[in-house]
Design a protein around this ligand. Structure first.
Ligand SMILES: *[C@@H]1O[C@H](CO)[C@@H](O)[C@H](O)[C@H]1NC(C)=O
Ligand SMILES: *[C@@H]1O[C@H](CO)[C@@H](O)[C@H](O)[C@H]1NC(C)=O
Ligand SMILES: *[C@@H]1O[C@H](CO)[C@@H](O)[C@H](O)[C@H]1NC(C)=O
Ligand SMILES: *[C@@H]1O[C@H](CO)[C@@H](O)[C@H](O)[C@H]1NC(C)=O
Ligand SMILES: *[C@@H]1O[C@H](CO)[C@@H](O)[C@H](O)[C@H]1NC(C)=O
Ligand SMILES: *[C@@H]1O[C@H](CO)[C@@H](O)[C@H](O)[C@H]1NC(C)=O
Ligand SMILES: *[C@@H]1O[C@H](CO)[C@@H](O)[C@H](O)[C@H]1NC(C)=O
Ligand SMILES: *[C@@H]1O[C@H](CO)[C@@H](O)[C@H](O)[C@H]1NC(C)=O
Ligand SMILES: *[C@@H]1O[C@H](CO)[C@@H](O)[C@H](O)[C@H]1NC(C)=O
Ligand SMILES: *[C@@H]1O[C@H](CO)[C@@H](O)[C@H](O)[C@H]1NC(C)=O
Length: 526
């Protein structure tokens, strides 16, 4: 991606006339309404100030959240700790959600935030999984899944769409896979991508997981010969039209008796189908095949391009590679404190049977003595550009950035954004992202308080999704047609507040020292 600076417009130039005479010339201490200072009689513009407020509702169980005057968003307030060691560059990219109807959070929405806890972008308030930065047609995009969760909580999967947003947050594609799936409750869904994976492959295709209820012989695990399972599938699709390019089915490749999930009375009928494999993740390995992760077999598989298993890395036995080192073992969550490593950053070249995988690093949260956590589901770990690791704790609404050693005594940054099990984010990332919204900045102005000593107006501006704003040029005047430039305030966070004279105000975003085309607010008058 070119830096935003290279796509700047050069057309808009406002002549800045600094006519400030002194500190807030008008004053009134008695009247009910304070006369509004005119721009020329000056209210010192000064620096911008960060203006969000944190709300902590003591009468509810809602996690503290941020509110703004110029935007309606209510993202969580991050409870951040740091150890002072260097962090990786980038923005936090995550998608907190809660069970519909719960009041543990104000939103279930895709979020981009800074590691200082400042909001950058708040997407629509819909349950979202797997918000992440991807590359599509040589450009950075955001992708995420939205849809509905399967009503039976035994099956933590969903049916929905995958959305692609460009750097202006415009929807460039909504992929609605129509796969003709059989569901546990017999209900059919318009769009059938499962929530576990939505991965843009480097060849421009989209990999998604799906669940299909089907019959299977469960006698090898003590169930009926005519039993029912939720079979794990994955698809490679052309995102432009949803056309299926490749399809893979777990029971066509994996013996049923290898599941580690106890049958526990499931599998007797369609609505009580058994979760045999539970696919978590799929990535492609160039054009050579796919790496996939199974929760219930505690296994990562390398598949070749036609879907045949090339090797098996099993968390207990080591699969094709023999005994695993003690700190290389993994199981499904709930069995031990470790989770299967999701194949987010496949090694290049992938391990072959003659080149077994090796344990590069060992991230084990219980070794964080100040905050041991063991999440029961979801989560992710990602290697960052400076060799730090970012770990998302899924069911536990916590993200931690570890130093390169990945050890619990070097947790460099940690943030909590909700109560355990009530607010969750399937995965969490830290990525470079430069956003330039097509929507205008949002500006509100408020009059001086009734008995204020000055007649200054206060402005508040936010621009949802803008990443590289350095400051705001402010114009003000006694009427909409008579605005004059009064200076520039420093960008102070998602919402920047400033003090100005005049009834009418307009602001314009400054990026790389220049006003940004499309970055001008409406003229807003008291
Ligand atoms: C929010 O308020 C509750 C109840 O007063 C308090 O226990 C909690 O520490 C507060 N949380 C934050 C983050 O301020
Ligand atoms: C989010 O929810 C709104 C309201 O239900 C809906 O109109 C919109 O299409 C949803 N967005 C996505 C990306 O699913
Ligand atoms: C992406 O960039 C490469 C190298 O510049 C070019 O060959 C290719 O055509 C581009 N692809 C698209 C979809 O723009
Ligand atoms: C997917 O998007 C379509 C519109 O493109 C919408 O009609 C449908 O409701 C969405 N489905 C889900 C499950 O979000
Ligand atoms: C889904 O399962 C049904 C049987 O329940 C089967 O007929 C159908 O082929 C399966 N679909 C896929 C895509 O595997
Ligand atoms: C699964 O069944 C096959 C064939 O009966 C058998 O060879 C294999 O050892 C069994 N595997 C497990 C894990 O029980
Ligand atoms: C399916 O089996 C479960 C027991 O596993 C039972 O509770 C349920 O009533 C059965 N549903 C139907 C439709 O037979
Ligand atoms: C994948 O492996 C199977 C079994 O070894 C083989 O028949 C098939 O040709 C392989 N596919 C590719 C694309 O190499
Ligand atoms: C945990 O793993 C062990 C070893 O494979 C197994 O015997 C046990 O049943 C598992 N426990 C649970 C709760 O899944
Ligand atoms: C402004 O008015 C409020 C409410 O009437 C009062 O409490 C406050 O003391 C006044 N402030 C000044 C500076 O007069």
């Amino acid at each position: 991606m070119p830096p935003i600076a290279t796509i700047l417009a050069t057309a808009v130039i406002i002549i800045v006339i600094n006519t400030r005479l002194g500190e807030c010339g008008h004053s009134s201490t008695t009247g009910a309404s304070t006369p509004i200072a005119s721009p020329s009689t000056s209210c010192a513009l000064g620096n911008g100030f960060q203006s969000y407020q944190t709300v902590n509702e003591t009468s509810t169980e809602t996690w503290p959240y941020q509110v703004f005057k110029s935007s309606p968003f209510q993202p969580p307030s991050l409870d951040i700790t740091r150890n002072g060691q260097p962090l990786a560059p980038g923005l936090l990219i995550f998608s907190p959600w809660q069970i519909p109807g719960d009041d543990a959070a104000k939103e279930s929405a895709p979020l981009i935030m800074t590691d200082d806890g400042q909001l950058v972008w708040n997407g629509e308030n819909n349950i979202t999984f797997n918000l992440r930065v991807a590359t599509y047609q040589n450009a950075s995009i955001l992708t995420f899944w939205t849809g509905i969760l399967n009503p039976d909580p035994y099956f933590g999967f969903g049916y929905g769409n995958v959305t692609f947003l460009d750097t202006s947050y415009n929807k460039i594609l909504t992929v609605c896979p129509q796969l003709g799936l059989v569901t546990p409750d017999g209900v059919t869904h318009q769009c059938e991508a499962d929530l576990h994976e939505s991965y843009v492959a480097d060849r421009g295709t989209l990999l998604v997981t799906a669940y299909n209820v089907t019959q299977a012989d469960l006698s090898s695990i003590g169930g009926p010969a005519d039993g029912w399972i939720g079979n794990s599938l994955f698809y490679e699709l052309d995102p432009k039209d949803g056309k299926v390019l490749f399809q893979w089915s777990a029971i066509d490749h994996v013996p049923i008796n290898e599941t580690k999930n106890p049958l526990a009375g499931r599998g007797l009928n369609q609505s009580a189908a058994f979760d045999l494999f539970h696919i978590n993740s799929v990535v492609n390995i160039g054009t050579d095949g796919y790496l996939i992760g199974s929760r219930h077999l505690w296994t990562t598989y390398l598949l070749n391009a036609t879907g045949d298993i090339e090797w098996v890395l099993q968390g207990d036995t080591g699969g094709d590679f023999g005994a695993l080192p003690e700190n290389g073992k993994f199981t499904s969550p709930g069995n031990t404190t470790s989770a299967p490593p999701p194949p987010e950053t496949p090694t290049t070249p992938p391990p072959s049977k003659s080149h077994p995988p090796i344990v590069l690093d060992h991230l084990s949260d219980p070794t964080d003595p100040t905050d041991p956590l063991s999440a029961g589901s979801q989560g992710s770990v990602d290697l960052l550009p400076n060799n730090n690791f970012l770990m998302g704790y899924g069911l536990d609404p916590v993200i931690k950035e570890y130093g390169p050693a990945g050890t619990g005594n070097d947790v460099r940054w940690s943030a909590r954004y909700g109560a355990d099990g009530r607010v969750q984010s399937y995965r969490s990332f830290k990525s470079e992202w430069h956003g330039k919204p097509t929507s205008k900045p949002s500006l509100v102005v408020v009059p001086p308080v009734a008995n204020a000593t000055t007649g200054c107006t206060t402005g508040y501006v936010s621009w949802n999704g803008a990443t590289d704003v350095e400051g705001w040029k402010v114009s003000a005047g006694d009427s909409a047609g008579k605005l004059v430039g009064v200076g520039e305030v420093r960008y102070a966070g998602f919402e920047t507040g400033f003090v100005v004279g005049g009834r009418c105000v307009q602001v314009s975003a400054v990026v790389s020292g220049r006003e940004q085309r499309g970055g001008r607010s409406d003229v807003v008058c008291l």
